[in-house]
Design a binder for this molecule. Structure first.
Ligand SMILES: [Zn+2]
Length: 136
């Protein structure tokens, strides 16, 4: 048993392991399995094998720098999607009391009180002023 344990430790030393992309791929794998229970497609089945192969490959990879770069790219996309989702939810929740407008100068989204008419708004990000029209 001790010999096997030492062998396993030697095998795992220097391997990449798990990261947020690993968990996302496991989630994708589970979603594909459930989807395939419903639609029973050969293509989805093949795709699940590719996903599981990628999960195993990444976890046991010795090219740690490359795996970290992949994870960083994934996190950048993930955070962008998460931000867009949160903004949409907030827009829907506060649609009666606030309006969300993008600054035409710097692009950040401003949360403005919902007052009917034409107003001048000053962006807190770039200090530029722009006109907004709110029609109810
Ligand atoms: Zn601005």
């Amino acid at each position: 048993m001790e010999k096997f344990k030492a062998m396993l430790i030697r095998f795992l030393r220097g391997r990449y392991g798990v990261d947020p992309l690993y968990y996302a791929l496991v989630g994708l794998y589970a979603a594909l399995l459930v989807l395939n229970l419903i639609i029973r497609s050969e293509m989805v089945s093949l795709l699940t094998w590719f996903v599981i192969a990628e999960i195993v490959f990444r976890a046991f990879s010795r090219n740690i720098a490359k795996r970290q770069m992949e994870n960083a790219k994934f996190l950048k996309l993930w955070n962008k999607a998460q931000g867009a989702y949160r903004l949409t939810v907030r827009r829907l929740k506060e649609s009666k009391t606030h309006r969300f407008r993008r600054c035409p100068h710097c692009g950040i989204v401003l949360r403005l009180p919902n007052h009917k008419g034409t107003h001048t708004a000053k962006c807190p990000g770039c200090s530029e002023e722009f006109e907004i029209r709110i029609m109810l």
